[in-house]
Ligand binder design. Structure first.
Ligand SMILES: Nc1ncnc2c1ncn2[C@@H]1O[C@H](COP(=O)(O)OP(=O)(O)O)[C@@H](O)[C@H]1O
Ligand SMILES: [Mg+2]
Length: 239
């Protein structure tokens, strides 16, 4: 199924205060974009709306080419959307890393054996297999972020929402995250005020203003984009 997010003339408020008007945004299949803006401008609110956690007040939202007119419409979409919360502690579902990463898989009905295998592969893929038996709340901020990301990615979402993913991460961990996100072949919406980071990950940057989004192309990251689209089926086959 091809992923797309289409938002038309969205307006929203919090506690009666209007945050923005006329927010219009198109995210196509496997496109990576970032949304920036000052504190309190409504970035998290916008992700919550796309994830189906908050109602739309005005405007329209389509996910995967389906109009979302009420929160009930999101039910069949939930497994397609991976939402990495700003605070990893809000994301954990079990105290031990490997149980946490496997939790949603097991809840969705996957067998214990398959969940164990997939969890091991996911931890290895993110380079955190050594954390498997650790207690999530004892990890560093960066380690927590990668464990939370593993728990989201293991469900194989088509659309990833990331809220301020570099918060509290040191430089080395930020670069690790850049590398991981560069390898993820999905539609990604990153909310951040960390420009140096998002310029390494996304193709387009949108800024939230009171009257809508201002889009700018990111010229610093042409390479990831072209790579991910030319790689398909380019490897030689041997028979
Ligand atoms: N749970 C909440 N209840 C009421 N108001 C909130 C809540 N969370 C955020 N707000 C307010 O809504 C506005 C937008 O918040 P948010 O979407 O979190 O902005 P951002 O992520 O861009 O910092 C802010 O003015 C904030 O104070
Ligand atoms: Mg926020």
């Amino acid at each position: 199924m091809s992923c797309s997010v289409t938002i038309k003339n969205l307006a929203t408020s919090r506690d009666g205060v209007r945050l923005y008007e006329n927010v219009t945004l198109d995210v196509s299949h496997k496109e990576k974009i970032a949304i920036i803006g000052p504190n309190g401008c409504g970035k998290t609110t916008l992700l919550d709306i796309i994830a189906g956690l908050r109602n739309i007040e005005e405007g329209a939202l389509e996910l995967f080419h389906q109009p979302m007119t009420s929160l009930a419409d999101f039910k069949s979409m939930r497994h397609l959307i991976g939402y990495l919360f700003q605070d990893s502690d809000n994301q954990f579902l079990a105290p031990i890393v490997e149980d946490d990463v496997a939790f949603s898989l097991l809840a969705s009905g996957v067998s214990k054996e398959e969940a164990k295998l997939k969890t091991a592969m996911m931890l290895q893929d993110l380079g955190i297999e050594h954390l498997a038996k650790k207690i999530v709340y004892h990890l560093s901020g960066g380690e927590k972020k990668l464990v939370a990301l593993a728990g989201v990615l293991i469900m194989e979402p088509k659309l990833m929402l990331l809220d301020e993913p570099t918060n509290g991460l040191d430089q080395a961990m930020q670069l690790r995250l850049v590398d991981i996100l560069g390898r993820i072949d999905k539609s990604i919406i990153i909310v951040s005020h960390h420009k140096e980071f998002i310029e390494l990950v996304v193709e387009k940057i949108y800024e939230i203003t009171p009257t809508g989004l201002i889009c700018s192309l990111n010229h610093k990251n042409g390479s990831h984009h072209h790579h991910s689209h030319t790689h398909d089926h380019s490897h030689p086959h041997t028979h």
